[in-house]
Design a binder for this molecule. Structure first.
Ligand code: PXL
Length: 277
């Protein structure tokens, strides 16, 4: 299950997440927390769904089918943070991956200040792993982060404060490196910088790919490594669509695979009619 905003470009938010989940051979269901009016070049509006309706969506699905893993992304309001925290408490899914989304790449606010406080108090302590980028980790720890050492320190501070496992993504660093801390050990996952502008939705895809890999039974470190490889390829194969930031290719794995063949209708029709003569 993805619980996130709707981004009409399909790069980020629930539509990107559903494609990511499908790319992992999992079945995704989606709970919409906000309608974000945007194109690749501008964010024009944010229309949060009421907390009551967010709760209803989760209830309808959680009482209907087992949830192997949940990804939580953009929430919009403190009321939505509280609704999601209460649902996690009630339905206790085996894994919850939280991407603490505060702002869009263009700088628009996607969670208000009250929401950030609610996230700290109610959501961070209840999830399996959080996947902040450097800016989000800096905001959550009130520290500045510009080196691997500072990423480690922030991961340790977040673990100490919330008892949660932490991956801080450093995709914006010159040499992209993610720092993972599980409370005992640090790992640094180094990646390749892809010279591409088609990165809209990267954070969303990373967190839903981790959730999908956990749903498939992978360990958390393996899920992170696999998610990083998936996102790297999705950027490399991205779409330079639109006037602004280009989009990930969530379904790159379909390309080059065997296409479904149309059924040869004439043969079918003959044998079919034959039986009825
Ligand atoms: O990338 C952050 C993000 C997350 N979720 C939604 C968004 C965005 C950025 O625009 O629209 C729904």
């Amino acid at each position: 299950m993805t619980i996130a905003g709707f981004d009409p470009t399909g790069g980020a938010g629930v539509s990107g997440d559903l494609k990511t989940i499908a790319a992992h051979n999992c079945y995704g269901v989606a709970v919409v927390t906000s309608l974000v009016v945007q194109s690749t070049s501008a964010l024009l509006g944010r229309h949060d769904v009421s907390a009551a309706v967010v709760s209803q969506q989760i209830q309808a699905l959680a009482e209907d089918m087992p949830l192997a893993a949940v990804k939580v992304g953009m929430l919009g309001s403190a009321a939505n943070v509280e609704a999601v925290a209460a649902a996690i408490e009630k339905y206790a899914p085996p894994f919850v991956v939280l991407d603490p989304v505060f702002r869009s790449t263009s700088g628009a606010e996607l969670l208000d200040a009250e929401g950030v406080e609610a996230l700290r108090a109610q959501l961070l302590p209840r999830v399996t792993v959080i996947t902040p980028n450097i800016d989000e980790a800096a905001r959550l720890t009130d520290q500045t982060i510009s080196s691997i050492e500072q990423m480690r320190a922030a991961a340790a501070a977040l673990h100490a404060a919330y008892g949660v496992r932490v991956v801080i993504t450093g995709g914006h660093l010159e040499k992209p490196q993610d720092v993972y801390y599980d409370g005992d050990n640090y790992s640094v996952f180094a990646g390749d910088r892809i010279p591409s502008e088609n990165t809209h939705g990267t954070g969303c895809a990373f967190s839903s790919a981790i959730a999908a890999n956990l749903a498939l039974g992978k360990s958390l470190p393996d899920a992170i490594v696999l998610a990083k490889a998936y996102v790297t390829k999705a950027i490399e194969k991205g779409y330079a669509l639109g006037r602004g930031q280009g989009l990930l290719n969530h379904l790159y794995r379909l390309q080059g695979s065997t296409q479904a063949r149309p059924v040869v209708v004439t043969e079918m029709a003959e044998s079919h009619t034959a039986g009825h003569r």
